[in-house]
Design a protein around this ligand. Sequence first.
Ligand code: URA
Length: 239
Amino acid sequence: MEKQRIDKILSSQNIATRSETKQLIRKGQVIVNGTAVKRHEEKFDPDTDEIFVCGNKLRFRQYLYIMMNKPRGILSASRDKNAATVIDLLPPELRRDGLFPAGRLDKDSEGFILITDDGELAHKMLAPKSHVYKLYEAQCDRKLTQSDISAFASGIKCGEIQFMPAEMKITGDNTALVEICEGKFHQVRKMFASLNAEVLRLKRLRIGGVFLDENLREGESRELSENETNDILSRKHGI
Ligand code: URA
């Protein structure tokens, strides 16, 4: 990676603002490769230089990839004047500038939402031609049948919108798993609505090859592991 100013490195990682970095440097609290940094303009390679701040080793991450278990009632947006957003729920250690939810879950939907500052990955994850499948669990207001499965498999038409064929599996009287790789507005709700079923509850369980961590309680989040980050764009599918 290209060398960057130490104050820029620390602010990008949400460790210290640029003026805080100056103070830390004055106090001798910023050590790179064993030597105290003297000027905030000094440049280092955050991938290869060993940086310590106040005795703690910096784990540099160019991008963050965060899995959140979004609760109902929270907006999938970066900020909103009136309502709480997924970004508002992030714990302080996972906050930094530039984070946004990659794709949307409706306000009333819940489950796996990816929060990142990697625009390229988000774009790939969302483009239907990337074939990154998302798995949802839906609870409907009526019993689901084989003819619903067939309708999903043939590609549901809803007004002017033609949805791609999708796999649906009934898991209980009124519940089903649905897998799609498009992300049209209210897509799963609209697909069921066109079959006269109202979705009462909708939860996203998987994106690409990564399942929602069952240990995350509603509103909680954690970073993806390296393997998970690689698997998020997996085209793996099938219920
Ligand atoms: N489909 C929907 O209808 N809503 C969501 O939140 C996600 C997929």
